[in-house]
Design a protein around this ligand. Structure first.
Ligand SMILES: Cc1cc2nc3c(=O)[nH]c(=O)nc-3n(C[C@H](O)[C@H](O)[C@H](O)COP(=O)(O)OP(=O)(O)OC[C@H]3O[C@@H](n4cnc5c(N)ncnc54)[C@H](O)[C@@H]3O)c2cc1C
Length: 385
């Protein structure tokens, strides 16, 4: 067991932190208010090899793993300029295509996903299914060599930036009428594909969309991997998603804590810096402890994933996502409190994080669904729902 990052990982961390410093919260804040993506940062991160650091070298990626992509996600968030689509495009979609796509799908998508020139969104959530993905009804039926895909999705991030969405649907099983999960690459300019932006109350650059798919005609090779093995393929992408959500939360928590600590060292209202009062110092220290613990679990999850242990990574990734979301919410809350009125002043960049920090408590999988997973699979308790 080794708790020290390699020299390459440390160098990556420094390089991403440098990039993040050049953009920072000042760049992000107006975009978050206007709900416009951080396109320049995305392009530069892509050119620098950061977006595709986890993708295979032979398809233009960095040939590293989720540990490295998590470093990218954490450091950008720690600089106040997190890129949400890192969670989706290289982590979920890139991973699934790299592991299960055909050679043609790999050639077509991976180099552009790695360079950041193309973005692929990911659509699993449906209005009538929610957390219960077994109830999704988006259905693909064969029409000659093609597929016709119909259904509805909700809360899908970054569709306006994406060239395609990796849609989780089901194929119509001709023999039994039963439906099976299957993954399709759906171009965002396909006929019958419509999107509507959802008016979210979260100040973050990337927008969420409702999707309406009405007999979208797809070529036979739009299906990623096997029809019958799609559940395993899906999970191969969901663990990286959770690891990235955890890394992003850790970064956001660091950002908030950094602001709080530098303020608490300087601000005096009773003749000593407010950080000398244990009423502030202890909750900040507690937030730091919880953040470091969450980071450790996220690193364990990434390390297990990179070693090929999907099952072990699944449990750790769920726990890391839970712990990091909670730790980040606590960091932001205490940071706002530490700055008093300034905690809610736009200039200090913390007020907007109050809602943004809550996103990972809900997405990609809610706090309650993780507790259900841990209760059932880690503790062996009966399934409760
Ligand atoms: C900012 C944002 C971005 C998103 N981006 C994407 C995206 O790119 N792609 C995508 O597919 N989805 C995306 N989502 C959707 C997200 O994954 C879902 O919101 C999430 O999975 C919860 O589903 P739901 O909103 O339908 O809540 P519901 O499933 O309706 O749950 C509502 C509440 O009930 C609780 N609950 C449900 N079932 C149980 C149970 N059995 N036991 C205990 N509690 C339960 C939940 O924990 C939650 O608190 C995004 C969401 C947000 C907010």
């Amino acid at each position: 067991m080794n708790f020290t990052e390699t020299e390459e990982q440390q160098a990556l961390r420094r390089a991403v932190a440098d990039l993040g410093r050049r953009y920072g919260h000042e760049y992000t804040a107006p975009r978050a208010r206007a709900r416009e993506p951080l396109s320049e940062l995305w392009a530069e991160a892509g050119k620098s090899g950061f977006v595709g650091v986890n993708l295979p070298e032979r398809y233009g990626g960095g040939g590293a793993g989720m540990s490295e992509l998590a470093i990218v996600g954490e450091e950008l968030n720690a600089a106040g300029c997190g890129l949400l689509m890192l969670v989706v495009s290289p982590a979920i979609c890139g991973t699934i295509i790299a592991r299960y796509g055909t050679d043609e799908q790999r050639r077509q998508w991976l180099p552009r996903l790695a360079s950041g020139e193309a973005i692929m969104a990911f659509g699993i959530t449906e209005p009538d299914a929610g957390s219960n993905s077994h109830r999704i009804t988006t259905t693909a039926r064969r029409d000659g060599a093609d597929w016709l895909l119909s259904g509805r999705k909700v809360f899908i991030s970054g569709v306006d930036q994406a060239q395609a969405v990796l849609v989780v649907g089901r194929t119509e099983d001709a023999r039994t009428g039963r439906l099976k999960p299957a993954l399709f690459v759906v171009p965002t300019d396909a006929a019958g594909f419509e999107r509507t932006a959802i008016d979210m109350d979260v100040p973050m650059p990337d927008r969420q969309f409702q999707l309406f798919l009405d007999d979208v005609r797809l070529p036979g090779d739009a299906l990623v991997g096997e029809e019958d093995a799609a559940l395993a393929q899906l999970f191969a992408g969901l663990n990286p998603e959770r690891i990235m959500a955890a890394a992003g939360s850790v970064g956001m928590g660091r950002y908030a804590l950094d602001r709080a600590v530098s303020y608490a060292r300087e601000r005096e209202v009773w003749g000593t810096p407010i950080g000398a009062h244990q009423g502030l110092a202890h909750p900040l220290a507690k937030a730091k402890v919880e953040l470091e613990l969450a980071k450790l679990m996220a690193q364990k999850a990434a390390s297990l994933y990179d070693s090929g242990d999907d099952m072990g990574a699944g449990e750790a990734a769920n726990m890391a996502k839970y712990a990091a979301a909670e730790a980040s919410i606590a960091c932001v809350d205490q940071a706002v409190q530490t700055l008093g009125g300034n905690g809610l002043a736009h200039e200090y960049g913390l007020g907007s994080l109050i809602t943004a920090a809550r996103v990972p408590r809900i997405a990609p999988v809610s706090r309650e669904m993780i507790l259900n997973f841990v209760a059932q699979f880690s503790l062996g308790l009966p399934k409760s729902y």
